[in-house]
Write a new protein. Structure first.
Length: 210
């Protein structure tokens, strides 16, 4: 029996190129999922325009209008539950995630990060890699466990750092990898070739900055 398409919510804060890559993969039939919702903490971000153009529902909010992170996450959680979201996909969402969402979606929330974790977690990963003089960097998709890019790794893809590379040139190549890798990993979750239950078999932590 064919599985029903996986219902996903994508969280993003900015341009939304990874969101677009996921939406394109769904539209082209390469990804057996439905994007049920875009969650964005910047109502005027480009990613909101992308979602609206694709006919995807948007929950855009201003964090300053809430008393706490937990307060707006409780409202986000209501939106996710209302749409029966199976998987939360963080794609450039630049907010700390609290236990409200981590616990509710434990083992069902993933993130993409522009380094070969555990090296260079947190912000400015490409800049960190350049400053350390590494010869290889890349992209990691991992489960969110509430720590700083510390969850179990689901997939990685490496690139060589070339002489004369800049942060901009590496970032461009990393984006190209992200746009292929993230839909592939989500499809692996959809078809069962990636088992989140096994990866999630450890204790959640307190909060994450994707």
């Amino acid at each position: 029996m064919r599985r029903a398409p996986l219902g996903i919510a994508v969280f993003a804060s900015g341009n939304g190129s990874n969101f677009q890559a996921i939406a394109d993969a769904v539209k082209e039939g390469r990804l057996d999922a439905r994007i049920e919702l875009l969650v964005c903490d910047r109502p005027k971000a480009k990613v909101v325009e992308r979602a609206e153009a694709a006919g995807i529902p948007v929950f855009a909010f201003n964090p300053k209008e809430y008393a706490s992170r937990e307060a707006y996450e409780r409202e986000i959680l209501q939106q996710l539950q209302l749409r029966n979201v199976d998987l939360v996909v963080l794609a450039g969402y630049m907010r700390i995630i609290t236990k409200v969402l981590v616990d509710a979606y434990w083992g069902r929330m993933i993130n993409i990060h522009p380094s070969l974790l555990p090296s260079f977690p947190g912000l400015d990963a490409v800049g960190q890699a350049l400053r350390h003089g590494v010869k290889v960097t890349g992209v990691t998709v991992h489960l969110v466990d509430g720590g700083l890019d510390s969850g179990p790794i689901l997939a990685q893809r490496a690139i060589d750092v070339q002489p004369g590379d800049t942060e901009a040139s590496i970032t461009e190549r990393i984006h190209q990898i992200e746009h292929r890798l993230y839909p592939e990993v989500i499809q692996g979750i959809c078809d069962g070739s990636i088992h989140l239950e096994q990866a999630a078999d450890h204790k959640p932590k307190d909060g994450i900055t994707p």
